[in-house]
Design a protein around this ligand. Structure first.
Ligand SMILES: Cc1cc2nc3c(=O)[nH]c(=O)nc-3n(C[C@H](O)[C@H](O)[C@H](O)COP(=O)(O)OP(=O)(O)OC[C@H]3O[C@@H](n4cnc5c(N)ncnc54)[C@H](O)[C@@H]3O)c2cc1C
Length: 443
């Protein structure tokens, strides 16, 4: 008697990294291909919960409660037809199509998940970027980067502790004790400085009356280029610098940091800035694991080099997207910037292209549309440039309109993950509970 032929195994799609881009992609693939049984969709991720990275400066400043915005990967996988594989990608075997994962241990050193390998037919690498300290001495020891929610929370704890210490100590507040130095005046550093101005005063206002905010608290923004937010048009840099100046944020442009010490920052030229709280936000690079990923090509900035289709240059079955991908579009001289809007567009693009690939159709090239940049200066203002509208001409926006547009990028991310109904209900719930809670995190 003839044996029934075994059911064909579904195509295995594996996305590594559930961040701004990867989680949108795997959610959509799970909803589409996964639920219909057309593919086996899986996410490999080293964290257990997701928090949209552009919120990290708000976490660091204490104006955002992580618990209200983080998303459990296991639950998201259950709701959206994909599997969650908890673990960090540490290597790749391209000939056997395996992703190697490190073992995971709990706080007491007990094994949670063993070292293992996950097989794929199509692989998407979306593991983001890490802060680039350019080998500057003392950064690892004495500065905090905002790469993960844990780092942002660590900075916030140091900040609140510094305020509590200053309030209870017998001696006067030391120079530098409540000074925050932020190195890198790109969007992250600039947004953080404005947000900190507000929240530090908020913490003190809750009764730490031995601290004089105007005398004891100082925020310094240090930038090697000759203006703040150098990626934005000159006019916006000037407007940003003016607003920060009105808040009392000290700006040092054209200043190169040579060392970070426990008590402050040394600049080329000999200046020293006293500061016991230092954030490093000067540039990003690809995570170290990409350097040796079974021969895949990497750029000088340590990102995976991809073709216009977002396929890696040496392997058609492997795509890269978001901050970890390096793509210089045809006719351009600079790569697509490491931004959430690029990751969002690439997730949309790859969702369609992977479906085409499964049907045996050719993969189409990705076209990046720069919609401009927005910088949020906390409650004070939002300014930025909008591109691509009005027949390709750029447009500068400020104030309430810019603020709404800034928020809409996050809403687009949330909608991609949960759909419009849940996002609408969540927004109402958050705005109601916000009225009954402190506006700054106090622990
Ligand atoms: C404070 C701040 C403010 C920002 N503001 C803006 C803004 O206003 N507008 C804007 O467009 N962009 C902004 N950005 C940049 C934006 O956050 C990034 O461009 C975006 O998050 C990139 O998305 P991604 O999916 O490539 O990576 P990420 O969102 O960083 O996600 C990467 C994921 O991969 C996981 N991962 C990493 N390594 C591994 C591994 N080896 N194995 C398994 N999992 C791994 C990580 O845990 C993470 O979940 C901001 C960034 C910061 C830090």
């Amino acid at each position: 008697m003839d044996q029934p032929s075994p059911a064909p195994t579904p195509h295995r799609i594996v996305v590594v990294g559930g961040g701004a881009g990867g989680l949108e992609l795997v959610t959509r693939l799970g909803d589409g291909l996964g639920r219909r049984g057309r593919a086996d969709v899986a996410l490999i991720e080293k964290a257990r919960t997701h928090l949209w990275k552009p919120l990290l400066h708000e976490v660091a400043a204490g104006s955002m409660d992580v618990g209200r915005h983080e998303l459990d990967y296991l639950a998201q996988a259950y709701w959206h037809g994909f599997r969650f594989r908890f673990g960090e990608m540490v290597g790749l075997d391209r000939s056997r199509r395996l992703v190697h994962l490190a073992a995971n241990f709990d706080d007491e050193g007990r094994l949670i998940t063993p070292q293992r390998a996950v097989g794929y037919d199509t692989l998407v690498i979306a593991i983001g970027s890490v802060t680039n300290d350019f080998g500057t001495p003392g950064v690892k020891e004495h500065a905090i980067a905002l790469d993960t929610p844990e780092e942002a929370q660590l900075f916030n704890r140091r900040l609140v502790n510094a305020c509590l210490r200053a309030h209870t100590q017998a001696e006067p507040v030391r120079p530098g004790q409540l000074h925050v130095a932020i190195i890198g005046a790109g969007a992250t550093g600039t947004e953080l400085s404005a947000e900190l101005h507000r929240t530090l005063r908020g913490v003190v206002a809750y009764g730490l009356d031995k601290i004089d905010p105007d005398k004891d608290i100082k925020i310094t923004l240090i930038e090697a280029a000759d203006r703040v937010v150098p990626a934005l048009p000159q006019r916006l840099s000037e407007a940003t610098a003016r607003l920060l100046g009105e808040l009392g944020v000290e700006i040092r442009t054209g200043a190169r940091v040579t060392e970070v010490r426990p008590d402050g920052i040394c600049l080329a030229g000999g200046d020293f800035i006293s500061s016991e709280l230092v954030v490093w936000s000067a540039g990003v690079r690809g995570p170290d694991v990409l350097k040796d990923l079974d021969g895949l090509e990497v750029s000088r900035s340590g990102q995976l080099v991809v073709r216009a289709t977002l396929q890696t240059t040496r392997d058609d079955a492997i795509f890269a997207m978001g901050d970890c991908a390096y793509l210089v579009p045809d006719g351009e001289t600079r790569p697509i910037p490491p931004r959430a809007q690029a990751a969002h567009q690439q997730a949309n693009h790859l969702r369609r292209q992977i479906a085409r690939r499964l049907e045996g159709q050719p993969v189409e090239p990705f076209v990046y549309r720069d919609f401009g940049s927005l910088v949020s200066l906390g409650d004070f203002s939002t300014i930025g440039s909008l591109m691509g509208f009005l027949a390709g001409k750029g447009m500068l926006v400020e104030g309430y309109v810019a603020r709404l547009m800034y928020r809409s990028l996050y809403k687009m991310h949330e909608t991609a993950l949960h759909g419009p109904v849940k996002v609408g209900l969540d927004t109402i719930a958050r705005s109601l509970t916000r009225r009954t809670e402190p506006h700054v995190k106090l622990h």
